[in-house]
Structures are given as structure tokens and as C-alpha cells.
Ligand binder design. Structure first.
Ligand SMILES: Cc1ncc(COP(=O)(O)O)c(C=O)c1O
Length: 396
């Protein structure tokens, strides 16, 4: 084992008994290169992050420019910092008029924590309804909303007053009442293995929230920022949230997240007491500059317009008797196999063939495919050929 790998095992906190241990030295576009010079196609975008590809030149340029101006100056919300202002304005322009106030943070879990506090404070209620098989993050509040006893059992007590309903089930919406601060859902469920709700479902969700005065929090931390072929996944369903949560891909490879709501709602953080939610590094100027550049790249390179076509190409090429289902919404896809064991062997094999893929937290029979949106049709053909080759080598 290389000495770096040994030091990694010795001194970096481990989250799995069997980390992949790939030692990458360089990344550009959809490719990564390891310490032995072997090239890998990144088919998961660092789990939903490298939406515009690794080290997009426009993102790198924006980072370099900002590094030469200033780094951290002051905690979030006190100084007027141009990268934050420009990013917030640009984000609001992509959204319905009601979503006009942006709270910048550093990660998805933090965004969910902030959004939960906002919903409690604004409604004066403390209960939440979330969805079965949802994942919203690893911090205590976000974990309370997530639905997995396995992941939660050692960390109880978690937040009281959280109930879980079946994702996509209109009947279950009866659990949303006048006591519910917010209904929280991923617009497209990621870690469940790419599950979608119908337009009818989302309209019913919106109606129920309106009727009960419940805020609708849509978690687009994984499925937002272009991943599904629209900038925001909720645009597919003709509804809009009261609070939108975003992170991962919005940084172009830098850590940043945000929740976005109406100014009237957001202003509750300013009084009784003031500083209702605070963050030292939220909206770091370098991350904000990178995020604005990533948004501009999506626009300028027209990346959204080819997502549906690329999704169909994957769908048409990935045909194999061992594939039980191929669920997708844009370029977030789940290839389902018969068992964990088969899926694991296939992923081991695709990595050997130079493709990075992985699985889902709550669906270990499915393999995740979520490449940077810049992937070309030629690259998709090569990737699918290797995936089929891997499947063939595991299943006779
Ligand atoms: C839908 C969703 N919400 C929240 C999170 C948590 O984000 P982070 O890991 O940045 O805290 C994730 C991470 O995978 C996610 O997929």
C-alpha cells in the first residue's frame, strides 16, 4: 500500500471499513487521474457536485480573481460582499418572484438546519412531516428528517415531532395539519435510488400546505442546479416551494449551500432575538464567486438543453437482462440489480475499467449514475459499453 494511503487510514477519520482508497492526483472535465496515471471517467460528479465538470476554466478563473481580492472578511450577513450579492441576485432571477431572499451557508446539512429553524420561527409551530426513504443530511436536525432507522438508531434522541409519510402518496398528506411547521421533501429522491412523484402529487402537496399554513421545503441539494435538466427540479411539476434548499452542485466544486425564501419570511431572523441564525463562513467569497461562475457556465454553455437527450441515450444503451430497472430524472440515474452482492461486484468491476460509480444510501441494489452535465454523447457511449462489459463479467 502506498504510504499516502496508509497515512490516510492512520490519520483521517474513517466513515467506512472499506473505503475505495483511490488516490487521485488530478481532475479536469469528467476525468480524474490517479497516482499511477490511470484515468477514470467520473460518472457520479463527486456525488452530485461537479455538475459543470472538474475545474471548469470559468470557475477556476472566478476563484483566482476572488483570491486576489479578499478571502474571509466577516461573518455572514454583516458586510456587503460583492460575490455574495451578485450570486444572490443571480439565483433570485432564476426563481419565482416570491423566492427573493437567499441565506448562504456551506453545506447541505447546514442548509436543512437553517430551513428547519426558519420554518419553526415563522410559523410558531414545531412539527415536521418528511418522507420515507428521504435523506437530508447527517446533522441532528437533518438526520431527524431523514428516514432510516439504521442510520438513526445510535444517535437518538433526535428531534421530536417528526413524522414520515410515503413519498408520492397523496392519501398520506393528511398527516400535514395546522400543527405542521413544514413539509420537507426532496423534489426527486436521491438516496432512495432516484424516485419521483407525479405532477398530481406535487399539486396536492402544494394545496395541502397552503390549506394548513404549512411551509413547503423542497430539498434540491442533490437534484437541483440543473441535474434534472431544469435548473430547479420543481419546475417539472408546476409548483414552487416556500423554502428552497440547495448545495452540492451549486459551488462548481467549492463548498456552498443556501436556502431561499421570501424576504417577509426570512426577516424573522433579524429580531426577537436578532441573529436568529448565524454562520461564520456561510457564503464564503471564494465559494460564492465559484458558484456564480458555475451558474453562468450552465447558462452560457446551454447545458440544460441536452440533458433529456443524454438521459435517453443512457436509457437506450443500458439494456441488459441483469438490469431490473433504470430510473432517471435527467442525469441522475439508478440502475437496479437483483441484489447488493451483484451490484457491488459490478461497481468493483467498473472502477477497474476506469469508471467511478457508486450506490445509494437507502438502495444498495442500485448503482448511481450522475455524471457532470458536460459529458458528451460519445463519452456516454464509451461509459455504457464499459458498464455493460462489467455487468457481463459478473452475471452470466
Ligand atoms: C438530498 C440531500 N439533502 C441533503 C444532503 C446533505 O448535504 P451535505 O452532505 O452537504 O451536508 C444530501 C447529501 O447527500 C442530499 O443528497
Amino acid at each position: 500500500m502506498s504510504s499516502q494511503r496508509q497515512l490516510f487510514l492512520d490519520h483521517l477519520a474513517q466513515t467506512s471499513p472499506t473505503p475505495l482508497l483511490l488516490e487521485m492526483m488530478y481532475a479536469e472535465g469528467i476525468y480524474m487521474r490517479d497516482a499511477n496515471g490511470k484515468e477514470y471517467m467520473d460518472l457520479i460528479s463527486g456525488i452530485g457536485v461537479s455538475t459543470v465538470g472538474h475545474r471548469h476554466p470559468k470557475v477556476v478563473e472566478a476563484i483566482k480573481y476572488q483570491v486576489d481580492q479578499y478571502l474571509h472578511l466577516m461573518v455572514y450577513g454583516e458586510f456587503v460582499q460583492s460575490p455574495q450579492v451578485k450570486l444572490a441576485e443571480a439565483l433570485c432571477k432564476t426563481l419565482p418572484d416570491d423566492l427573493n431572499s437567499v441565506y448562504l451557508l456551506n453545506s447541505g446539512s447546514e442548509v436543512i438546519e437553517g430551513a428547519m429553524k426558519l420554518a419553526k420561527r415563522y410559523t410558531g409551530r414545531s412539527e415536521f412531516v418528511a418522507c420515507m426513504n428521504s435523506y437530508h443530511g447527517s446533522s441532528h436536525g437533518a438526520l431527524s428528517l431523514s428516514d432510516s432507522d439504521e442510520f438513526k438508531q445510535n444517535y437518538r434522541p433526535l428531534l421530536p415531532g417528526v413524522s414520515h409519510v410515503r413519498f408520492g402518496c397523496i392519501d398520506d398528506l393528511d398527516l400535514i395539519t395546522e400543527n405542521t411547521a413544514a413539509f420537507v421533501a426532496e423534489t426527486v429522491q436521491g438516496e432512495a435510488g432516484v424516485k419521483v412523484g407525479s405532477e398530481l402529487y406535487w399539486k396536492a402537496v402544494r394545496e395541502k400546505c397552503n390549506k394548513t399554513g404549512t411551509l413547503l421545503i423542497l430539498d434540491e441539494i442533490q437534484c437541483g442546479f440543473g441535474r434534472t435538466g431544469k435548473l430547479w427540479a420543481f419546475e417539472h411539476y408546476g409548483i414552487a416551494p416556500d423554502i428552497l434548499a440547495c448545495a452540492k452542485g451549486m459551488g462548481g466544486g467549492m463548498p456552498i449551500g443556501c436556502f431561499i425564501a421570501n424576504r417577509r419570511v426570512m426577516q424573522v431572523f433579524t429580531h426577537n432575538p436578532m441573529l436568529g441564525h448565524i454562520s461564520t463562513f456561510g457564503g464564503h467569497p471564494v465559494s460564492s464567486a465559484a458558484s456564480l461562475a458555475a451558474l453562468q457556465v450552465i447558462r452560457e454553455e446551454n447545458l440544460l438543453s441536452s440533458v433529456a437527450e443524454k438521459e435517453m441515450l443512457f436509457q437506450s444503451l443500458l439494456k441488459h437482462k441483469a438490469i431490473r430497472a433504470l430510473r432517471s430524472k435527467g442525469l441522475i440515474m439508478a440502475i437496479e440489480f437483483d441484489s447488493y452482492n451483484i451490484r457491488k461486484q459490478i461497481i468493483d468491476k467498473v472502477i477497474e475499467l476506469g469508471i467511478v460509480a457508486d450506490w445509494f444510501l437507502f438502495n444498495d441494489r442500485s448503482m448511481r449514475i450522475a455524471p457532470p452535465l458536460i459529458i458528451t454523447k460519445e463519452e456516454i457511449k464509451i461509459a455504457c459499453k464499459k458498464i455493460l462489459q462489467a455487468i457481463d463479467s459478473v452475471v452470466d
